[in-house]
Design a protein around this ligand. Sequence first.
Ligand SMILES: [Zn+2]
Length: 417
Amino acid sequence: MTRPEISSERLWARLMALGEDGALPGGGVNRQALSAEEILAWRRVIAWGRAAGLVASTDPAGNLFLTLEGTLSYLTPVVAGSHIDSQPTGGLFDGAFGTLAALEAVTAIVESGLRPERSIIVVGWMNEEGSRFAPGMMGSELFAGLRPLEEVMAVRDADGISVGEALKSVHDAFPDIAHRPLGFDIHSYIEPHIEQADVLETEGAVIGVVSGIQGKKTYDITVKGREAHAGTEPMERRQDAVQAFARMATRMHAAMAGDDVVKFTIGRVTVEPNAPSVVSAKVTFRIDLRHPANAALDAFGTQLEEIAAGEAEPCSVEIRRLVDAPSNGFEEGLKAQIRASADRHGFPRLDLLSAAGHDARQMAPLTRSAMIFIPCRGGVSHHPDEWAEPAHVAAGAAVLLDLLLEEAGVSCNQGDA
Ligand SMILES: [Zn+2]
């Protein structure tokens, strides 16, 4: 019996078709989590899955699963995929590539007439992007038991709609799909994704063997001063929140200067009352800190907290820790399989670290996990111009297929005798 092969034309056509759900006039997509556009995308993906004989299901976290039943039902399944939600000005590949590559690989197995021993589940995780409902990676975090369900369901978007309400409208749109309990044991997890940086492109590689995801901490810091008249309040009496914030920001940047790997960003600053002739009463700012080495990440985090506390006077400061995700590494055996597959196909490959976060971060502590990266043009992502070459999309799916054959126990010699 012949070895299954992916159809690069079908995979590409599906990526382009999925891009119609939430298509932006000038290109790209706006397909935010649990939106009407995502319902359209679910409809499309479920129809494609069913056409290949896969069974659709969902869970209390709003994750979408498409299962190819294995022959040995007592074995734990292999899970592969990513997410199909996007940023408000997203591209056609972030997330969609991973889920559709998994669907393509499984479809190829079905079409070959072979059956895996283990079930293979294609996944689309709920709200990876976190732009409508913050923070992101809700579906995979709930699956991994990292956050209480009630807390996540209560998060509201800018229009006051809660995750729970939006999820109900998605589930109501699909009355005929099965509901499974939250979380299940997984044999291995593989997530294909565009790189979202330009290392592969620069190095001329087609397949990225992702060694791990760099750790990340985020903080919400509130500096409280006292509102006063800009013309009359003496300088020495002021409790100016902007002044205190400026000192903190300067010292924080200086503290990071010695390390060429750390990524430190103050990406959002809110000033109150934000009036031209009023001494500021309050500044709220968000810190995004990333580092691949956990010891350094922790040390920088502590330093930032110390600076915030030390520079607040005469204002007061409140430091709220939001995300605290250590850096993690992916499984050696799976990485070796990715390298072997790339070599077998003749795809130039490179081991690299993921600078961005992915749902695989949540899977890594639960099970053997890996990520397969493909290049994206100029490293551009979270933008309508995001682009991956059809040949690279096909290469990523072909490598994933090799891993699924191995992991799910598909013998390509079945029926030869
Ligand atoms: Zn993504």
